[in-house]
Design a protein around this ligand. Structure first.
Ligand code: IDC
Length: 389
């Protein structure tokens, strides 16, 4: 499904805005284990020490335009914008009809975009120019904001830095609102593998964040990224979802909610066998193209045939460790299938870590307008995919 979010007009406006030196206000308008067996190979030390030194938690971007207040800037010049063409104004509150995500008119609609890496590890990427580039140059309509909950006691995660995590997350949501994009709030449970472990934390968090964004059609909630370590659908994930979903629903009755599935969001068939009894829920399937192939694609196809609404809230072009080589042949098979089924997807990850899955090279900076030479192999490929499919 090819999309064009009013690129010509928007890039013209971008130039005006750059010439003016001002900004404008758009508002108003894995399975780490091989195959499906789920054998976890992630080591708990992994590269966390590397991550924590990548950047300080919640450091402010040097780009002053990231202030979502925007219009109070004395240098601000109001530039009319055709919000009919930017994503949220054009498509409004999304909902789920059968297996499809649909827009405000009930027309099947696909979200495609980038996922951030852990927000507090790469805070500089949460800035307006980066997201604007994703929208207008990469032709994407959603940003997934990954908030790691408890990363083996890494100081950057939510449990160790609630305020910093929350501020960055909100900054990301506000930018999406300003840029008229969709935002996925991702409660990134990789650790603990069993989301039930932090149910009360999740309830407190989702209660407060869904109150705050109750009136924003931009916001989608992903309540547990990748259940793993033996957390089963019936024993853990479903009981967890049944406690968290009503909390969000009370504040924001019509928000779309994505629920992770066991084995790093591969076991969608378990959800199909015993689905949640709520409207507007989708089930997460994650793949890493050099690890997950026909078996998982066949499972996806049969679950969709069985009526399951699926959202690929995370995928990589490489293997499930985030490293190894990219496999674009398999990635293309995956994305062609997802496009044919109107399934939404987000690529991991918008960051410049020296890791195959990260889209930006170290020299690329965080502030958008990336040239090809500033993109990693996978960054180049995925930008090209978004622009041309
Ligand atoms: C990886 C990051 C890596 C980090 C690691 C542990 O790319 O830099 O050190 O997490 O925190 C997932 C997870 C996602 C993983 C990614 C690649 O949702 O957090 O990111 N992956 O391993 N599931 C399957 C793969």
């Amino acid at each position: 499904m090819k999309k064009n979010f009013g690129k010509i007009m928007l890039s013209a406006l971008m130039s005006i805005s750059l010439l003016c030196g001002c900004t404008r206000d758009f508002s108003g308008g894995g399975g780490y284990g091989g195959g499906n067996s789920g054998s976890q190979t992630q080591s708990s030390s992994d590269s966390n020490s590397e991550d924590s030194s990548d950047s300080g938690a919640n450091s402010e971007s040097s780009d002053s335009r990231t202030d979502s207040a925007g219009s109070s800037d004395p240098g601000f010049i109001e530039v009319p914008i055709d919000t009919a063409k930017t994503p949220v104004s054009a498509h409004g509150q999304l909902s789920v009809k059968g297996t499809n995500l649909v827009d405000k008119n009930g027309t099947p609609y696909q979200l495609r975009g980038m996922s951030t890496h852990g927000l507090t590890w790469f805070p500089d990427f949460v800035n307006e120019q980066a997201f604007l580039t994703l929208r207008d140059d990469w032709n994407t309509n959603v940003v997934r904001l990954a908030m790691y909950v408890d990363e083996w006691n890494n100081g950057q995660c939510y449990m160790n830095n609630k305020q910093g995590s929350r501020e960055l997350l909100e900054k990301g949501v506000e930018l999406c609102i300003k840029l008229d994009m969709y935002a996925i709030i991702d409660w990134h449970v990789l650790n603990p593998g069993d989301p039930l472990k932090y149910t009360s934390e999740a309830i407190a968090f989702f209660d407060s964040i869904s109150k705050k964004y109750a009136d924003s059609p931009n916001v989608i909630y992903e309540i547990c990224n990748e259940p793993n370590s033996g957390a089963s659908w019936n024993g853990s994930v479903k009981p967890y979802a049944e406690q968290v979903i009503p909390v969000i629903r009370k504040n924001d009755p019509d928000a779309v909610i994505i629920v992770g599935t066991p084995t790093w969001s591969q076991d969608i068939h378990e959800a199909l066998a015993n689905p949640l009894n709520y409207d507007n829920v989708m089930y997460a399937l994650h793949f890493y193209a050099d690890t997950h192939r026909d078996d998982l694609r066949n499972r996806l196809q049969s679950c969709v045939n069985g009526g399951l609404p699926v959202f690929v809230s995370e995928f990589g072009c490489c293997d499930a460790s985030g490293g190894g080589g990219n496999n674009f042949t398999e990635t293309e098979k995956w994305l062609s299938l997802l496009d044919s089924l109107n399934i939404s997807y987000c690529n991991w990850a918008l960051a410049d870590k020296n890791e195959t899955c990260c889209a930006i090279r170290g020299s690329g900076g965080a502030n958008g307008s990336w040239s090809d030479s500033q993109l990693s192999e996978s960054g180049k490929w995925i930008r090209n995919w978004f622009k041309n499919h």
